[in-house]
Design a protein around this ligand. Structure first.
Ligand SMILES: [Cu+2]
Length: 120
C-alpha cells in the first residue's frame, strides 16, 4: 500500500498543478514589463536580462533633471535603433521583441549614460 501511495501522490500533485495553471486568466499573453528609471546615478537598472523571441515592454521613466539623459537610444541588431524622448516623470513604453540572443545596449543620445540588455 505505501508503494501505491508513493505513486498516487505525485500524480495527484501533477494533475493539480496542471489544472490550476489552466484556470488562471492567461497571464503569459501579456508582454513582460521591465522598468528602467533614469536617476542621478544613470539608468537603474543598468543591466537587464530578457528572453529572446518574446514580446517585452520596456518602460523608461526619467525621474531627474540633473543629468544629460533626456532621451534613450536602444541599439538593436545591425545598425537599427529606437530613440525616444523621455519627458520628466512620464513613463515611456517601448515594445520590442529581440529575435536572437546576444548583448544589446541602451544609452542617452550622447552615448554617455549606458545600460546593457542581455538577451538569452
Ligand atoms: Cu548624455
Amino acid at each position: 500500500m505505501p508503494k501505491l501511495l508513493a505513486v498516487l501522490i505525485p500524480v495527484a500533485l501533477f494533475v493539480g498543478s496542471f489544472t490550476s495553471a489552466r484556470a488562471e486568466p492567461t497571464p503569459s499573453k501579456a508582454p513582460a514589463r521591465i522598468e528602467v528609471r533614469v536617476t542621478k546615478k544613470g539608468f537603474e537598472p543598468d543591466n537587464i536580462t530578457v528572453p529572446a523571441r518574446t514580446p517585452i515592454t520596456l518602460v523608461f521613466l526619467r525621474t531627474t533633471e540633473a543629468t544629460c539623459t533626456k532621451s534613450v537610444v536602444l541599439a538593436l541588431d545591425g545598425d537599427k535603433k529606437i530613440e525616444r524622448e523621455l519627458p520628466l516623470d512620464k513613463p515611456v513604453e517601448i515594445a520590442v521583441t529581440f529575435p536572437r540572443s546576444g548583448r544589446l545596449g541602451y544609452a542617452c543620445s550622447m552615448n554617455m549614460t549606458k545600460g546593457t540588455i542581455i538577451v538569452q
